[in-house]
Design a protein around this ligand. Structure first.
Ligand SMILES: NC(=O)c1ccc[n+]([C@@H]2O[C@H](COP(=O)([O-])OP(=O)(O)OC[C@H]3O[C@@H](n4cnc5c(N)ncnc54)[C@H](O)[C@@H]3O)[C@@H](O)[C@H]2O)c1
Length: 253
């Protein structure tokens, strides 16, 4: 893959898990990285870890569900680096498990505002800068929940399906301007989110699901990072509006 020196990469939800692994890989390819997260303490620590390894990393506290914070985040990046080349809109949360008749409006609003509206507003402000540059690549983080149904997980799946529609539509608008936008759909990846689900009583359900994954294991955050960084690189120059599923074969059965 090409050198990403002098490029600037933003990752949301970068304090841990898939986001952190991706920020680190962008940095290993030479990019300056911006780690954004609503957990200020954790994201500062994450950026410091990368700085300690000799990479250029900036932490920004940003709750992606708040449009004004997203706007301020992109303004800060442009002020600091004068450009934004790559963005991985990764921040996401799980819904409270409940069947459709029992889901609350509060949880619907919470999940949609982070997982769908968050991606929408991140794209909006990232694209305002990329449009000026005539260059950029964005990857939005959906899930196998974006292509499959999931009992008790309707709001999460609705948001993740929505991301694919947002991505394809924006990809059509911006491809002629030299900006590529794609989606990834991770399968079961071992991150703090997975650990939280296990602690929250979903251990048996996850183990049962794992048995049906053809590769018979969890994916690692680094395996998602490889996909995201490749999609942003010039190696993927003809890949536009694509939904890339990286799930160990789970969804092809
Ligand atoms: N782990 C999996 O198995 C899996 C599978 C499919 C899709 N995904 C998706 O991948 C993405 C990352 O998942 P992960 O497993 O690394 O999760 P994680 O919970 O380990 O990390 C998510 C990060 O996002 C941050 N975050 C949450 N809400 C935010 C907000 N409103 N604003 C800014 N930051 C916020 C958290 O603080 C955290 O640092 C999510 O969008 C998730 O839905 C994960």
């Amino acid at each position: 893959m090409e050198n990403m020196q002098n490029k600037v990469a933003l990752v949301t939800g970068a304090a841990q898990g898939i986001g952190y692994a991706t920020a680190q890989l962008f940095a290993e390819y030479g990019a300056k990285v911006v780690l954004a997260d609503y957990n200020e303490e954790l994201v500062n620590k994450a950026a410091q870890q990368l700085t300690d390894k000799g990479f250029e990393a900036l932490a920004i506290k940003c709750d992606v569900s708040k449009e004004e914070e997203v706007k301020a985040m992109v303004e800060k990046i442009v002020k600091e680096f004068s450009r934004l080349d790559y963005a991985f809109n990764n921040a996401g949360i799980q819904n409270i498990l409940a069947e459709a008749a029992d889901q609350t409006k509060e949880d619907f609003d919470r999940v949609i505002s982070v997982n769908l509206k968050g991606v929408w507003s991140c794209m909006k402000y990232e694209l305002q800068q990329m449009r000026k540059q005539g260059f950029g690549a964005i990857v939005n983080c959906s899930s196998i929940g974006g292509i499959l149904g999931g009992a008790m997980r309707g709001t999460y799946h609705a948001a993740k399906h929505g991301i694919i529609g947002l991505t394809k539509s924006a990809a059509l608008e911006y491809a002629p301007m030299g900006i590529r936008i794609n989606t990834i759909c991770p399968g079961m990846i071992y991150t703090p989110m997975a650990e939280k689900m296990i602690e929250g009583g979903q251990k048996e359900a996850l183990e049962a699901m794992l048995k049906t994954v053809p590769v018979k294991r969890y994916g690692q955050p680094e395996e998602m990072a490889n996909v995201v960084v490749w999609l942003c690189s010039d190696s993927a120059s003809f890949v536009v509006g694509h939904t890339l599923v990286a799930d160990g074969g789970y969804s092809i059965q």
